[in-house]
Design a protein around this ligand. Structure first.
Ligand code: KIV
Ligand code: NA
Length: 271
């Protein structure tokens, strides 16, 4: 089966508007997770949320290009159906379109991923244009942009004031016009998600942005119940932390009682 392409994802906008199924996206950081998620997803995002989820960092701000390249390569190796997009980490693209191109080219070359994602609106539109015109497909990210945590002061929902609503809509329009092939809309009230989805020519992918987007994304560890602190918008589809804990408790008890390893796990002695 051929991997989903950027044009195929973009074309879904019209189909979804006509009642077609929304896009399915999840984060993946490792090869095994990618293998398990891949058949069910349209897009696998190697999110810089790996800073908190994999490395225990306090935010995504310290995440490096090296980390993104290493995890991106693993996810590409573990998938063959979904389009893989890699987050550009904070500090790797904001200074200039040229800086962004160098970082994004490195990510695509070292990982084999098809696209990058970067946060920001109007200020980043020239950069989105620069990359798109030079063969690097870009997913935008507006609304709550976690890399701006030091400026925002918190991870609360955006778009509650009229001024903020106007700004988010202008941001989405700017990166859409600049050539983004999809836009993640994070942490906004439903009317903003609707306005953005109607205003742009590419698919919107919501996270904490209601069901009225062209697709949905969550951090896989959040929806699987593996990560303890999760925002309101996360639905837990399983309790993997609880199930892993129960399995490990049984293993520990079996080791301590010498019930493990049993006859099936032992190499038979040859005569
Ligand atoms: O880093 C991330 O996981 C993301 C998604 C949740 C959109 O940017
Ligand atoms: Na991210």
């Amino acid at each position: 089966m051929r991997r989903l392409t950027v044009p195929a994802i973009r074309r879904r906008k019209a189909e979804i508007a006509e009642g077609g199924e929304p896009l399915v996206m999840l984060t993946a950081y490792t090869v095994r997770t990618a293998q398990i998620l891949d058949p069910h997803c349209d897009i696998l995002l190697v999110g810089d949320s790996l800073g908190q989820v994999v490395y225990g960092l306090p935010s995504t701000v310290p995440v490096t290009l090296e980390m993104m390249a290493a995890h991106g390569a693993a996810v590409v190796r573990g998938s063959y159906h979904a389009l893989v997009a890699v987050d550009m980490p904070f500090g790797s693209y904001e200074a200039s379109p040229e800086q962004a191109f160098a970082s994004a080219a490195r990510l695509l070359k070292e990982t084999g991923a098809a696209a990058v994602k970067l946060e920001g609106g109007e200020a980043m539109a020239p950069t989105v244009r620069f990359l798109s015109d030079r063969g690097i497909p870009v997913i935008g990210h507006v609304g709550l942009t976690p890399q701006a945590i030091n400026a925002l002061g918190g991870y609360g929902a955006r778009g509650r004031s009229a001024a903020e609503q106007e700004k988010i809509l202008a941001d989405a329009r700017a990166i859409d016009s600049a050539g983004a092939f999809a836009i993640v809309v994070e942490g906004v009230v439903e009317p903003i998600a609707v306005a953005v989805t109607e205003a742009v020519s590419c698919p919107t992918i919501g996270i904490g942005a209601s069901a009225r987007c062209d697709g949905q994304v969550l951090v896989a560890e959040d929806m699987l119940g593996l990560f303890e602190r999760t925002p309101r918008f996360v639905k837990r589809f399983d309790d993997l932390a609880g199930r892993i804990s129960a399995a490990v408790q049984t293993y520990a008890a079996d080791v301590r009682s010498r019930a493990f390893p049993g006859p099936e796990q032992i190499y038979p002695a040859r005569d």
